[in-house]
Design a protein around this ligand. Structure first.
Ligand code: DX5
Ligand code: ZN
Length: 221
């Protein structure tokens, strides 16, 4: 599965707010609502103070879903684990600039493993930290909360970095936003130039996931 080419608005539900006891059916539910991408939050209890899933769980989920697996590695040593995630069947790998020794090399390695590549930055990290590597990526992720937990409040100042990033990467690289995205904040980030909207609590925190996805889409029209 490949990321859709840039230019369309895509909602990417984040499993972080899903029921981890039945992840496959949770993912099937958002797939039935027409999303193309599912966002998999990987945490190591070191880069962030929380722990989620790793390659073994993702490999099992892969058998149950044809969605684009968008993995967001919130881990201290991404270089050590990218191969395991690629083998588990993720399609896209995003790593954090804060822990990247050789970001350009990492993008090349992710591509060699058959995946598309993404860089991301924490709310406190300035755009200039990724200005060189961002144009080399397929998708750039802007964090609008501090990574680690779902259901946090959207940080408007962090979102404004999208405007500068869009100028840097041009129209052909996706810009994804992660943190506090809901029908109120989604149109703001789309107006700044984002096209890929991660939402955890605003989708999996709602009883009717299809209606929740639709509400985000409609708010951006
Ligand atoms: C936060 C994760 C997000 C999270 C977003 O560390 O990277 O993907 O699930 O959750 P919401 O949409 O609830 O802010
Ligand atoms: Zn995420």
């Amino acid at each position: 599965m490949r990321l859709p080419p840039a230019g369309t608005i895509e909602v990417a539900p984040s499993i972080l707010s899903a029921d981890f006891g039945k992840l496959a059916s949770e993912i099937a539910e958002v797939a039935a609502a027409g999303v193309k991408i599912v966002h998999l939050d990987v945490m190591d209890a070191h880069f962030v103070p929380n722990l989620t899933v790793g390659p073994p769980v993702i490999a099992k989920l892969r058998k149950h879903s044809d969605l684009v697996f968008d993995s967001h590695l919130m881990i201290s040593e991404p270089a050590r684990y990218v191969e395991a995630f690629a083998k588990a069947g993720v399609d896209h790998i995003t790593f954090h600039i804060e822990v990247a020794d050789d970001p350009d090399g990492m993008v090349a390695r992710i591509r060699d493993l058959g995946c598309t590549a993404g860089i991301t930055l924490n709310p406190e990290t300035p755009v200039r930290a990724i200005e060189k590597v961002a144009p080399l990526c397929d998708m750039v992720l802007v964090m609008t909360v501090r990574p680690g937990f779902g259901g946090q409040q959207f940080m408007p100042e962090a979102a404004r970095k999208i405007v500068d990033l869009r100028k840097i990467v041009g129209p052909d690289v996706r810009i994804e936003v992660d943190g506090g995205i809901d029908p109120d904040t989604a149109p703001i980030v789309v107006s700044y130039g984002a096209d890929t909207l991660v939402a955890g609590n605003a989708i999996f925190g709602q009883p009717d996931r299809a209606a929740a996805i639709d509400a985000i889409r409609k708010a951006c029209r």
